[in-house]
Design a protein around this ligand. Structure first.
Ligand code: SF4
Length: 303
């Protein structure tokens, strides 16, 4: 087998068509948009966007926020969502929670050989020859982008596959100046991405400062407990501050190890980039290999 093919899925699902970004992005409000949506991950940046809108500092006011629930966020993220949804803040727009199911359940079932899918988080894979790679990510598309896109279509009043005119939806995404690499055009021609934090020149630190100055708690990053994009610092923070999430991540890590037995993947899977069981990784240093959660889903994770 050629070396570069060692990490491929044994039977990857054939894409129906090449995915291209058909929509655009906008610096400032999208003229004529019928719907303005905040993509809410309930992390620092999207929480800042929601509250700045409520303070009248960014506009026009979104019609709603949409939170895509993967079923695998740490408890503090769900607490943050509940806080945002509670009447005490008086957010002037509703928060819709959408879900394509539980990615955690799908992984558990796949590890037990009960289904043909694995949710495809970008787990690290170690081949029989000890080479490390990373499997392609499918989770963002399935658990974030698609449910949010479906909700937007519903809110516009269009049926599945019915053609929607161009630029009908303005989508606010909470990307700050320290992660501009994540900003991009929309996947659909009927929606346009907008990055209000970039417009205001705000970094993640600026967001944290703004929240603190206004008396709001600073939330943690949102991401599935077992998301392999975490840096060592982020893993260590989870281990030391959220033992329940850490326990879950360690359990999922052990569970996926032999998923290849069910013929899906050639190699052992790991949530940590070192290819070592998570609870055995030396997390004492601040080694930050790769981009960490900067590379996480654009549709809400980590925002
Ligand atoms: S947080 Fe990580 S595992 Fe979860 S959907 Fe996003 S990329 Fe996938």
């Amino acid at each position: 087998m050629p070396a570069e093919r060692e990490f491929e899925l044994a039977a990857p699902p054939a894409p129906k068509r090449t995915r291209v970004r058909r929509g655009g992005w906008s610096w400032g409000p999208v003229e004529g948009a019928k719907l303005r949506v905040l993509s809410l991950g309930a992390g620092v940046q999207s929480t800042t966007l929601a509250l700045m809108a409520a303070h009248g500092l960014i506009g026009p006011m979104p019609d709603c926020a949409i939170f895509a629930d993967t079923g695998a966020e740490p408890a503090p993220v769900y607490d943050q969502l509940a806080w945002l949804q509670s009447g005490q803040l008086g957010l002037p727009f509703p928060i819709h929670v959408v879900s394509a199911g539980s990615i955690k359940r799908e992984i558990i079932d796949a590890a037990a050989g009960l289904n043909g899918a694995s949710g495809r988080p970008p787990f690290f894979v170690k081949s029989g020859k000890g080479r490390l790679g990373q499997i392609n990510r499918q989770c963002t598309q399935d658990y974030k982008i698609d449910p949010i896109r479906k909700k937007q279509r519903d809110l516009l009043g269009f049926r599945p596959r019915q053609r929607i005119p161009d630029a009908q939806v303005e989508v606010w995404i909470g990307i700050s100046t320290d992660e501009t690499v994540r900003a991009g055009s929309s996947w659909d021609n009927w929606s346009v991405n907008r990055y209000p934090l970039l417009e205001k020149g705000m970094s993640r630190t600026d967001c944290e400062r703004w929240l603190s100055i206004h008396g709001y708690p600073v939330p943690m990053k949102s991401a599935c407990t077992f998301c392999p994009y975490r840096t060592d610092r982020e893993w260590r923070h989870m281990r030391d501050h959220d033992p329940e999430a850490w326990k879950e991540a360690v359990a999922i890590d052990a569970m996926v190890r032999d998923m290849h037995r069910h013929g899906k993947i050639r190699g052992e899977l790991f949530v940590h980039r070192s290819g070592v069981p998570l609870d055995e990784v030396d997390l004492r240093t601040d080694e930050e290999a790769g981009q960490g959660l900067l590379m996480v889903c654009e549709a809400g994770c980590g925002l």
